[in-house]
Structure formats: C-alpha cells, structure tokens
Unconditional design. Sequence first.
Length: 229
Amino acid sequence: MDSTRRDFLAGAVVAGAAVASHDPAHAAEHAHQQVPSDTVLRVKSLESLLVEKGLVDRAAIDAIVDVYENKVGPRNGARVVARAWIDPAFKERLLANGTAAIAELGYSGEQGQDLTVVENTPKVHNLIVCTLCSCYPWPVLGLPPVWYKSAPYRSRAVIDPRGVLREFGVDLPEDVEVRAWDSTAELRYLVLPMRPDGTEGMSQEELAGLVTRDAMIGTAIVKVSQATP
C-alpha cells in the first residue's frame, strides 16, 4: 500500500475522524501527487514523528486503511445493492430516498447524511465524481480510492465520461447515455448497477459478493465472475 493512503487516513484522524489497477488510474494517482499540499506535508511529518516515537505502526495503519477502503465500506454498499436486486419494494424506496432506505440496513453517519442512488439501465450508465475535492459516501463505500481524488479523474469524468470509462475497461455502446453526477458536501451519490444475467438462483449474500466498489462508483460493470471489492 502506498504512502498516499496512509496520508489520507492520518489526515482524517487529525481532522477528527467521526466515521467509522488500473494503469490510467495509477498514472492519475502519480499526476495528482506531484506537488503535495501543505496539509499532506504536515500529515507526513506528524506520522513520521509518531512512528519514530513508537506510537504508530505503519503496517497497522496500512491494514486499517485497507479494511475501510476495500472491505468494510464497499461491503456495506454491496449489501444495499444486493437487497435492491432481490426486493423490488426496497429498490423503490432506495431510488426515492437513498438516505432513508440505506439507514434501514444500519448504514448511516458522517459523509452519508444525504445520499441519492442513481440506477444503471440498458440505456443509461451513471458515473460518480466530485469535481471540487473528494466528496464520497463513506458509510457505503468506505474510503475513496486515490484515483477518485486525482485531478485528472475529477476533471475528465465530467468533460469526457465515456472516454474515462473506456480507460477503466467499460466500453459502452453509443446508444447508451452516460450521466456524470457531481457529488458535493451536501449531496453524495451511489450507483445501483445492473444485475448481471445468470444470477437468478443466487442468494442475497452471493449477489453481494459480486458487487465491487468501482461498480458502485460507475467505473465498472458487475460480472458473475467478480468476487472481491
């Protein structure tokens, strides 16, 4: 795990945390990190000092970030998606009031007070971005990936969303409309991906195992072979 992820976690802690590849993305990450901000530099200095005094273990921080970025958070969102796939009434509530429906499953809190769920269909594909910073629905997706916070993604996802999707391996037919949703501090989005064919006999837990973090951002399609976030 790279130091940027440690920086992000440490920065969240310093701010008072109240909450519980892909080549193009990798390149975007490095482009975004060429000139660290003053905040990042202060966080790095603080982390180095804590490590030097034996108060913080880098490996432990990496492990915690990995859990929230790839396991705890995305698993919550995956369970929301799977429930919507098998329960039409819940899906209707989810699309009408994402915050309330998601809270039914026990997922709420900071960075998730106002959530809107947008549904992918055979004719519409949704993509989530935050053009100003990195607003992200933590309760259902965990920590935002580095590429989501990068300047190239934040700008190009709005200007050329179809091109960005192709770089993530999502090549949509021309008759599919691509909608980019710009998250803000007041409103965050979650994509409800399409349920893949061939999953009719799967349980809710099995379906949740197919749903990835990127599919809930809109940069991936759920496939039957997928089994990890």
